[in-house]
Design a protein around this ligand. Structure first.
Ligand code: G3H
Length: 478
């Protein structure tokens, strides 16, 4: 019935006093794979207290020492890539190779964060007073960046390790303490990642990981007075959190409906390859996945044909076999995807493949001739199903993209760079990729969503800055 894993608090692995656990259901077998502790609110209170104490000492730890520990954790993380990847395979059905890449990418991210941190936090600013009218040169203002305190990190199921370290690394290098609440699916991979930080020798209480039911500790954590910053990646919950949270900086990366605008002069093979990679990798369960193709009518048939040929070659099956398309994370997610597909069918979309589902496994499906009255034109399936809308002008594509309540990324395919820049400027999204599918990485690039896709900007440098405050000391001369 699944091994029960302990939570991590004050440098120790603990069983919850609740005596209860939360089941993690393997998306492929649909059986309980693991269990994690159902932490109580009282346990959350204790974690917050120890994090607060540990943070004070950590903030006084020299920057180079903080960086050294992060480099050590990064190396240990990479050494543990196989067992962590195995958890990702079992908990979230991530294809085996991608699961290993997620851990390696995470180690690289932590190392890069340590390097970036010593550079940007090692710099301060000096201002002199006489540049402002009426002042003599008798005031010197020294400013530098100081930590916020305790950072609450809430990553999503699709990158439980990578989107945890993208919060943990910047928080720690900047001198903050960390409370991690991993997603239920992916919690064991996250606990194993935390174990790597434990082995690196970080001080007790600095990093904590609480597990449990959102209904029991979710709001309690996000509204906790001990939290000084929230970094969240996920869905609509982020909007609810931002309404309830206190006066603390928020970093939110939420959903996306990334549009792929294809113009007549595009390299059609490049387009097809990117639609398949962008729309179907990890079965479409990426916030940056291509979620709607907006293609000029004159080239649509040719591209649809090329995409279909590639989809036919994708391997569909369990993640252990390194299949390209694996079961989606939960049964309710599969049901939601099916709902969107059926709505499009009733309203007359053309199915390029037969719709097929077994349990949580949904075969890749391209839906052609999708129209704006279909839900799938606007909603995010988070699955291996992709709508194609035929357009007659670039403006039509831009209009559809901007009519979405999301604004994460988008992409344009054309050989005309001038046109591409103009379209990019017109698209209301945080990032636009020219001639490639949307993607968050490389992980030091800025990453941000507009509208319902989030607030704040991520990427290593932006996250470090976001998890600090400016502190000034003014020297007044007689
Ligand atoms: O799911 C949201 C992630 O931030 C997307 O990251 O572009 O590396 O897949 P990715």
């Amino acid at each position: 019935d699944g091994e029960v894993f302990r939570y991590y608090a004050d440098g120790e692995w603990r069983a919850s006093a609740s005596g209860k656990s939360v089941a993690i259901v393997n998306p492929t077998t649909r059986q309980t794979q693991y269990r994690v502790q159902a932490c109580t609110q009282e346990e959350v209170n204790k974690v917050m207290e120890s994090a607060k104490v540990a943070q004070k000492a950590w903030a006084r730890t020299p920057l180079w020492k903080r960086a050294e520990l992060l480099h050590k954790a990064a190396a240990i993380l990479k050494e543990h890539k196989a067992p962590i990847a195995e958890c990702l395979v079992k908990e979230i059905a991530k294809p085996a190779k991608d699961a290993v890449s997620e851990v390696v990418r995470s180690g690289d991210l932590v190392s890069y964060t340590a390097e970036e941190g010593v550079r940007i936090l090692g710099e301060g600013k000096l201002l002199v007073s006489d540049s402002f009218p009426g002042n003599e040169r008798n005031k010197y203002c020294l400013s530098s960046k100081i930590p916020l305190g305790v950072v609450l990190a809430i990553p999503p199921f699709n990158y439980p390790v990578n989107l945890a370290v993208s919060k943990i690394g910047p928080a720690l290098i900047a001198g903050n303490a960390l409370v991690l609440k991993p997603p239920t699916q992916g919690a064991v991979a996250a606990l194993h990642m935390v174990h790597c930080f434990h082995l690196a020798g970080f001080p007790k209480g600095l990093i904590n990981c609480v597990t449990g039911k959102g209904s029991e500790i979710g709001d309690f954590l996000t509204m906790h007075p001990g939290v000084n910053c929230i970094s969240f990646t996920g869905g609509d919950t982020g909007i609810a959190i931002s309404k309830k949270a206190g006066m603390v900086p928020l970093q939110m990366e939420l959903g996306g409906k990334d549009a792929c605008i294809v113009l007549e002069d595009a390299d059609l093979d490049l387009v097809a390859a990117n639609i398949v990679k962008g729309g179907f990798s990890y079965s479409g369960q990426r916030c940056t996945a291509v979620k709607v193709v907006l293609i000029m009518e004159s080239i649509a048939d040719a591209v649809v044909q090329k995409v279909n040929a590639k989809l036919a070659k994708l391997k569909v099956g369990p993640p252990e076999d390194d299949s390209d398309i694996t079961p989606v994370v939960t049964e309710s997610s599969a049901n939601f995807i099916e709902g969107l597909v059926m709505d499009a069918k009733e309203k007359g979309a053309t199915f390029c493949q037969e719709y097929r589902r077994e349990g949580n496994l949904i075969w890749p499906l391209l839906l052609d001739h999708v129209r704006p009255d279909m839900r799938i034109a606007w909603e995010e399936p988070f699955g291996p199903v992709l709508p194609v809308i035929r357009i007659n002008s670039a403006e039509e594509g831009i209009h559809h993209c901007n009519a979405s309540n999301f604004g994460l990324q988008g992409c344009i395919f054309t050989r005309d760079i001038n046109k591409a820049i103009l379209i990019s400027d017109a698209m209301e999204t945080g990032t636009v990729q020219i001639n490639s599918a949307p993607a968050r990485g490389p992980d030091h690039f800025p990453f941000q969503g507009l509208k319902d896709s989030g607030i704040g900007s991520q990427g290593i440098t932006n996250s470090i800055n976001m998890m600090t405050k400016v502190k000034s000391t003014v020297i007044n001369l007689p």
